[in-house]
Structures are given as structure tokens and as C-alpha cells.
Design a protein around this ligand. Structure first.
Ligand code: CTP
Ligand code: MG
Length: 223
């Protein structure tokens, strides 16, 4: 395939606090990872690689027929590299969090179209609605506001993040393990990163509150 979607799903979901790793939590009759894979638009003609905890590889293969499943690593970027290694020679690589299972098709196509148009790295982003303050500890250790950030200049970024194969390989060649997204690694080695409009439905499930919202959306959509 020309496009490969790599889905890191090997995290433990510590902040969610469910008894199973986050990607294997039930969302109204299907797991988060199943819904995430089902939600990738057929029109991309993409191959799919899912990266899961080592002890869940066999289970994931049963849940996800037709999908390549490989074991992940300790950090998200280790898992992404395991996915890249299994991605074959696709020209465009998308990295998409399992934790964003309701991402709309138009977000995928916008990202792929922008990479195909010649941008080496493209991420979906949405405006920030909250007012943001930068803080630092004061003399007694309490948080003191040092300035108000101009939110007009900020975007909250989502996935799928799209790359040319070359850009993603370069981004991951010198990873110190701290980046929370792949575009962050690309930025650090001077690869230009462009933003396309994201979507509220591409929200990430991180906390129990997020899961509650996503469950409501899934039920409403099914009804
Ligand atoms: N991920 C991964 N391998 C890791 C860590 C994270 O594949 N070692 C994946 C997660 O499964 C998730 C995505 O990266 O789909 C985004 O990470 P995050 O939302 O932080 O998920 P978790 O790491 O599972 O959650 P937490 O940080 O609360 O433990
Ligand atoms: Mg994490």
C-alpha cells in the first residue's frame, strides 16, 4: 500500500485506571482498538500496523483480522519504532493513537492529502479554548503566574500525524525518549511541520472523564 497507518496501542492507560490496558477497554460492545481500526476510512487503501503490549499480541490478532500486530516498548516512541519496522515500504506513514478511536474520516484525508501535496510532516490541530497561564514556583513553593500565553498562536494537536517515510525515519533516528508526539521529534531535527484542521471527535481518551464522554458519543451515534 501507498499509505500505512501505524497505531501505537501498547500503553498501559495509567491515568484511565481501568483493569485492562487502555486500547482493550470496552466501548459499548467493541474494544477501543477495534473501533479505532474500524474507523480508518477504506478510501485510503492503507495497510494497518497495530502495536500492543507483548502479552496481548495473540489476543489482538484474534480481535483484528487482516491487521499486522507487533509488540511495543516502554515508551510511546519505542512502540512507534516497532510499528515503523513492520510498515513495509509505504511512501506515506500515519501515526495514529489508539486512544483517539472516533477520529473522523476527513481528518485522515486532510493529513494524507497534505503529505501527498509535498509537506513532509502534517498534524491535525484545533484552537485552544482555555486561557493559558505560564507558572513557576514562588519563594514558598506555591505556583505563581509568570505570564498569560497568547492562545491565538497555539494549537492543540491530535492524530493521525502524517509523514513521508523519509521524514518519519529521520525524526525517530535520534530520539531521547521524551517527545509525546512524533511531530515533536521531527521539529527537533528541523523538519517543517504543518497543521491542518483537526476535529473535536478526534479527542484522546486519557482520563475516566474522557471515557465517559466518548461512551456517550458512541451510544448516541448507535441509537
Ligand atoms: N503507547 C504505546 N506504547 C507506550 C506508551 C503509549 O503504544 N509505551 C500508545 C498508547 O497505547 C496510546 C498512545 O500511545 O494509544 C498515546 O499514549 P497515552 O494516551 O499516554 O496512553 P497510555 O500511555 O496508555 O496512558 P497513560 O500515559 O495514562 O499510562
Ligand atoms: Mg502515556
Amino acid at each position: 500500500a501507498e499509505v500505512c497507518v501505524i497505531i501505537p496501542a501498547a500503553g498501559s492507560g495509567t491515568r484511565l485506571g481501568e483493569p485492562v490496558p487502555k486500547a482493550f477497554v470496552d466501548l459499548d460492545g467493541a474494544t477501543i482498538i477495534e473501533r479505532c481500526v474500524d474507523n480508518i476510512p477504506e478510501s485510503l487503501g492503507a495497510s494497518i500496523v497495530v502495536v500492543v503490549p507483548a502479552d496481548l499480541v495473540e489476543h489482538a490478532r484474534e480481535l483484528l483480522p487482516g491487521v499486522a500486530v507487533v509488540p511495543g516498548g516502554a515508551h510511546r516512541s519505542d512502540s512507534v519504532r516497532a510499528g515503523i519496522a513492520a510498515a513495509g515500504d509505504a511512501r506515506i506513514l500515519l501515526v495514529h493513537d489508539a486512544a483517539r478511536p472516533l477520529t473522523p474520516a476527513h481528518v485522515f484525508t486532510r493529513v494524507v492529502d497534505a503529505v501527498a501535496a509535498g509537506h513532509p510532516a502534517v498534524v491535525p490541530g484545533v484552537p485552544v479554548v482555555d486561557t493559558l497561564k505560564q507558572v513557576a514556583p514562588d519563594a514558598s513553593g506555591h505556583e505563581l503566574v509568570t505570564r498569560t500565553v497568547d492562545r491565538e498562536e497555539l494549537r492543540a494537536v491530535q492524530t493521525p500525524q502524517g509523514f513521508t517515510r523519509e521524514a518519519l525515519l529521520r525524526a525517530h533516528a535520534d530520539d531521547s525518549g521524551l517527545a509525546t508526539d512524533d511531530a515533536g521529534l521531527a521539529e527537533r531535527c528541523g523538519i517543517p511541520v504543518h497543521i491542518v484542521p483537526g476535529d473535536p471527535l478526534a479527542m484522546k481518551i486519557t482520563t475516566p472523564w474522557d471515557l465517559r464522554i466518548i461512551r456517550d458519543v458512541v451510544r448516541e451515534t448507535a441509537a
